[in-house]
Design a protein around this ligand. Structure first.
Ligand code: PRT
Ligand code: ZN
Length: 301
């Protein structure tokens, strides 16, 4: 059954770049397939009444706040910058962050040339700081009572100190390799970022609201199951308490008898946190054997 054009939910996502593939992948895990055609701004999803708008990430927050789109996937760094630039204080910008998505993690940091000897924000008083995040940086400097000159740049910010355009930079850092290559050191983190699912706060019709809720529920399930593992092991019955106390983010585990022995049991649990090698080593040290960690395909609370 067709849904009226105006009742199709519109989701803004990055067309190409560091958010693009993971955003499409997230929709795929939600059972939604975007028919992607080269250069198409619009893509239709067949499984639910949803259209995807593929745009530059910088435009996503305003598309959602202006009602051009209803939901969006964008980095927290970009959302904060657009919010602060638009002059709204946070509560009145009509966009809410529904949930963090766990990909495109990075931080907006202030960095200075290693040789400058500067190691704290307070020492930036009177300095020139180059950035593509002028509003975010201005807000941070104000909060720290530092008065510095903000030099706005759109790209290659890391070159500014060498070009004598600035004394420091404020830019996105992921691994830190770019800073290292330019002999820059981080002195402060301004924003910790990852991709967010954002939503317009009001003005959704009833049917769009329902579609949004369905999508959000699926996204929540995908994020939860990505972080959740099913863990199984055998152990002496006497070790059950010690094992339960080591299992990360698990409710009471299921304990089952093993055939032919009263002393040994099988223990199964759902862990809502990463199971690290360290955790497995700890389980082994308190008596667990044959430990298996399995991914969970889907979850719904
Ligand atoms: O064309 P469009 O405007 O849509 O894309 P864009 O070029 O503005 O953004 P894009 O695709 O580069 O990044 C999109 C989002 O990914 C950013 O807004 C961040 O939320 C997130 N992200 C995650 C990153 C990085 N990691 C990252 N490493 N964004 C940028 N970088 C750059 C950074 O600016 C620096 O030049 O990578 C370099 C640093 O990386 P490291 O690993 O050397 O520290
Ligand atoms: Zn951008």
């Amino acid at each position: 059954m067709g849904v009226k054009e105006t009742e199709r939910l519109r989701v803004a996502m990055q067309k190409s770049g560091r958010l693009a593939d993971a955003s499409l992948e997230l929709l795929r895990h939600c059972g939604l397939h975007v028919s992607k055609t080269k250069n198409a701004l619009y893509s239709r999803i067949e499984e639910l009444p949803i259209d995807v708008l593929l745009v530059r990430d910088d435009n996503i927050p305003s598309f959602v706040s202006d009602g051009v789109c209803d939901l969006g996937i964008v980095g927290r760094n970009v959302l904060e910058e657009v919010m602060l630039r638009s002059g709204h204080d946070r509560p009145s910008f009509p966009v809410e962050s529904v949930l963090p998505l766990g990909f495109s993690r990075c931080r907006v940091s202030i960095a200075v040339p290693e040789s400058s000897g500067v190691r704290s924000t307070i020492e930036l008083g009177g300095a020139r700081v180059a950035t593509s995040y002028p509003a975010t940086l201005g807000h941070f400097l104000d909060r720290n009572g530092v008065s510095a000159e903000i030099v706005e740049m759109t790209g290659s910010v890391e070159l500014a100190p060498r070009l004598k355009i600035a004394d420091a930079i404020c830019d996105v850092v992921s691994t830190g390799a770019t800073l290292d290559a330019n002999q820059l050191v981080e002195i402060a983190t301004v924003v910790e970022s990852e991709a967010l699912l954002i939503k317009r706060q009001n003005g959704l019709s009833e049917s769009k609201f329902e579609t949004a809720e369905r999508l959000i529920r699926r996204v929540r399930g995908v994020i939860r199951s990505a972080n959740t593992k099913y863990i199984m092991m055998n152990a002496p019955a006497s070790a059950v308490d010690a094992i339960a106390s080591v299992l990360p983010g698990a409710d009471a585990p299921t304990v089952m008898p093993l055939a032919g022995t009263a002393e040994q049991v099988a223990i199964h649990a759902v862990c809502e946190e990463t199971v690290f090698w360290e955790t497995m080593e700890k389980l082994k040290s308190v008596g667990a054997r044959a430990i298996l960690v399995l991914p969970i395909e889907r979850m719904m609370a």
